[in-house]
Design a binder for this molecule. Sequence first.
Ligand code: 2BA
Length: 108
Amino acid sequence: MKLVFSIVNRDDRDALRQALMDEGFQATVVSTTGGFLREGNATFMIGVDDDKVPAVMRILKDTCHTRTRTVYPTPPLVEMAPLISEPIEVQVGGAVVFVVPVDEYQRF
Ligand code: 2BA
């Protein structure tokens, strides 16, 4: 068994939740915040048998979209502000995925 952690854009959260349910996958959804952009995102925890991991990956790829965000870098010191001239663009997502082995799964 594996636990698939997937961090997705909050705008894809409801569609992903529905797509997983439609194909019979259970998920726990946690509201999280990206460390870089400090914006809200959503983290899905999906427990699945090993042979179902590709199906989960396919749903993630089909449902979660890449977005471009413009970031205005904050200088570490106020006096450095004139040195920071241009905003930068970063690509976010579609999904950041970690697949973790599960030693044991019990439901009581
Ligand atoms: P954030 O940390 O808010 O990062 C948003 C996007 O900003 C990232 O998109 C990446 O393109 C960019 N970025 C992150 N750190 C950067 C840096 N030091 N310099 C320049 N650009 C940077 P994604 O890679 O698609 O990540 C989306 C979200 O997934 C992240 O939001 C974070 O919440 C999570 N994530 C990504 N990699 C992770 C990791 N190795 N461990 C834990 N969470 C991760």
